[in-house]
Design a protein around this ligand. Structure first.
Ligand code: DP6
Length: 325
């Protein structure tokens, strides 16, 4: 009735930004990501027959009520599948600051999917685990797997899962993460923001129309082990997503001055022969896709920018796993 699991965060190279179905949390399009070795969540789930309600402890403190209630609704899906009505005590901890605004729902719900299904006595195949994680958070479906991961749009609960892509195991990809904004919580959660964009942005349809071509180009780059081609797709996918967000009414602007400064610096780096490509999620931080031999130079140049706090260099992470004990 109790299990612990660990999962890594991931950064989308082709973004997920829009839903087909909010209730089942089906994405409106596919996406593609890199799992990050440096950022992990460890979650323990213990079902306790007789307990009054689900409890969630996050980084050592009781979770805010919206996070607890969201997890509780997700646990209902696990309970329905396992045929139990026991409530659970859940402990979740990130090895990176939750308040930094780095996405934590992906690693959290991937770890929760493994831990909760095992604690409930379910033996789910990887695709079903991925679909279960998606019910908690769309990006979490990808964190079930390591390496480069493709999320299928899927038009049903069972069809919307992620799967790992074949790639050269020696590929020295790195993600350099520049934390911006002094850890201030982000203004718009991705869930509400993508709904607002779908409802009000005149660019939303254009954004969605750009995804299949970017997915095809990213997959071709992965097959060819071509970092520059993959980086170019990642950068244009992020820019297109943010253009749609900025065109929403009212606008959603995640960028801080340091975000823009990092984007210019990445262009200057490329002009100077350093191969790095920027991506940005639902927050101000800039993540730069590069290779191991350039990561130190990229990190040093981003670190020198006013408004950039910590800089983290991450390699490729593995799949979500159950831990002993
Ligand atoms: C910008 O997975 O957080 O990071 O499914 O509503 O939980 P929900 O959304 P979420 O959205 C992630 C948005 C993104 C892009 C991405 O990771 O693909």
């Amino acid at each position: 009735m109790r299990a612990t699991a660990r999962a890594h965060a991931n950064i989308a190279l082709v973004k997920y930004w829009g839903k087909r179905d909010a209730e089942l949390n089906l994405p409106a399009a596919g996406s593609l990501s890199l799992t990050l070795g440096a950022l992990t969540t460890t979650a323990t789930v213990a079902f306790e027959p007789g307990a009054g309600r689900d409890e969630l402890q996050l980084d050592g403190a009781p979770a805010p009520e919206p996070a607890r209630a969201r997890m509780s609704r997700w646990l209902d899906v696990v309970r329905a599948r396992a045929g139990t009505d026991a409530r659970a005590r859940v402990i979740s901890a990130n090895d990176f600051p939750t308040a930094s605004g780095l996405a934590s729902s992906a690693s959290a719900y991937a770890a929760l999917a493994v831990a909760a299904s095992r604690a409930a006595g379910l033996e789910l195949p990887a695709r079903e685990l991925s679909a279960l994680a998606r019910r908690g958070s769309g990006s979490a479906a990808r964190s079930v797997f390591g390496g480069l991961v493709l999320m299928h749009a899927g038009d049903s609960d069972a069809a919307a899962f992620a799967e790992p892509l074949e790639h050269d195991r020696e590929w020295p990809l790195r993600m350099v993460i520049a934390i911006i904004g002094g850890g201030a919580p982000k203004a718009h959660g991705s869930r509400d923001a993508m709904e607002h964009c779908a409802a009000t942005s005149p660019l939303h349809q254009g954004w969605l129309a750009s995804v299949p071509g970017d997915l095809a180009a990213a997959r071709a780059a992965i097959t060819a082990c071509d970092t520059d081609a993959l980086g170019r797709v990642a950068e244009r996918s992020a820019m297109t997503m943010h253009a749609s967000a900025m065109a929403a009414r009212p606008a959603i602007l995640y960028w801080q001055p340091a975000t823009v400064a990092c984007l210019h610096e990445v262009q200057a780096m490329r002009a100077a022969g350093i191969r790095g490509y920027a991506t940005i999620d639902a927050g101000p931080h800039v993540k730069v896709l590069t290779e191991a031999d350039q990561a130190g130079a990229v990190a040093a140049r981003l670190q020198a920018i006013d408004g950039v706090g910590e800089v983290i260099v991450s390699g490729i992470g593995g799949p979500a796993v159950e831990l002993e004990g």
